[in-house]
Design a protein around this ligand. Sequence first.
Ligand code: ARG
Length: 574
Amino acid sequence: MRIKELLNQRFSAAMQAAGIPNECSPALALSGKPQFGDYQANGAMGAAKRLKTNPRDLATKILDNLDLDGIADKLEIAGPGFINIYLSSKFLASAVADNAPKSGNHNPQTIVVDYSSPNLAKEMHVGHLRSTIIGDAVARVLEYQGHKVVRQNHMGDWGTQFGMLIAELELQLSEGEQAELALNDLEVFYQQSKKHFDEDPEFADTARAYVVKLQSGDQHCRTLWQKFIQVSVAHNLDIYQQLNVGLSREHIMPESAYNDDLQNVLDDLTAKGLAVESDGAKVVFLEELADKNGDPSVMIVQKSGGGFLYATSDLAAMRYRVNKLGADRILFYIDARQSLHMKQVFTAARKAGYAPETVGLEHHPFGTMMGKDGRPFKTRSGGTVKLADLLVEAVERAERLLRDKNTDLSDDDIKIIARKVGIGAIKYADLSKTRTNDYIFDWDAMMSFEGNTAPYLQYAYTRIRSIFRKANIDPQSFNAEINIIEPQEKALAMKLLQFEEIIDQVASEGYPHILCNYVYELASAFMSFYEHCPILKDGVDEQSQQSRLQLSKQTSETIAKGLDLLGIEVMEKM
Ligand code: ARG
């Protein structure tokens, strides 16, 4: 249940009855301090300004018309006209009781989420991590809300680099190498082909010829290209699985999928007078994005040699997503450095009518992953960090950590848990930072069992589960009445009740850190509840014990659900 929504309805009705115009909002917010109640309605001040009357008098009038029977125990006017709302414990208890996380939506949309989308020329590296896990978390949240989410992995499998790569593959195969082995380390393979390209003019000529041949559909080149793509895609799918990211083969809609449509896009843009010739190339001038001097922004859609560009496939993708996929909203999880590209594509798509105003186009940018030295994250020798290596290290570190903790876990258990903790730590460290900022990758901070980290939250979950184990109760089937008496019980109940509001916010803004902060605050509220409100100790009366177990159960479910929506797994013990 969304308490804020309920209060909003009641306040709006009261304000209307008090003769306040509809545009005036009740301005509801959680109270910062307990002495100001649980929620505050601050709308009387704004409304009074508009009506040119005294805000306290207006607040009184609102209260006279307000019906919060069974919802609030106490209402008071404070200061210049704040209305403090004290929720009734009974109401809170019953609201929590039917608040268990459940998905669904009355107003489902079709939402396309473009994320991960690595280039296949090289192996996935840390630069792909953020798009992959932030996009995945938001996709999960939207799905949980009941939307139809269409994941689109817009993989970069086309472009001039592939001429060089398939020329190299041909060379290595002719030397008796097997494709899988030759491409075992894509990074090394890429370096080798680059070296050949730079040092051997004959090779460079072949590579350039292959670009053209590949584009014109030459069978030999296509076969080599397909081999390369196949191996590269397999690498990526393996990473997704390790990362517990919900991307599989069916979500791949690579750039090359739009090849046949690129000429159509160009023809259409030309017919509409949007694409024009400039120095032999075809470009779209966008006055909407003009710079300080009034010069329009230029988006090239065809090079002078005839080749199409990144922007052209994005425009083709836009048409496909709107027309074929029926998108109501399209979200792009792409590095902030591509902001101009996104603006250009959005503006052109609107002008060309590929995406009507009713379809939301949203670039959700993110900053760069930095090393502890504040510079972009690199290996010790200054190379790019392969994602595969990073994940192995994460799991190894988690395993060491678990062994150091001296748990009574079996070896097999440690292996399974280490994977969840290691991967969870990496993902959470990223997800919990405001995505638009750069963030510092720090092993020690993310692996800590204290603070706003995945291990802390996973541990909080196991603690609650262990209470049930100790009591010999199966939490699944447990159900008891909630009674809210202690302030810590109330604080915990209030937190539990915010879950859906938080989910709404993440769904509309695409900032997973809001959910991370919430889960962390929930776990913290539980810890202080658990400290002050004993559960299994002697002397706790039956009713309190049952009620507290119920609160605990719901907390564990909400933590697990929150983490699940972030793509992070929990475990029963650690
Ligand atoms: N492959 C691109 C890159 O690595 C990202 C593609 C993002 N998606 C898109 N529709 N442009 O930079």
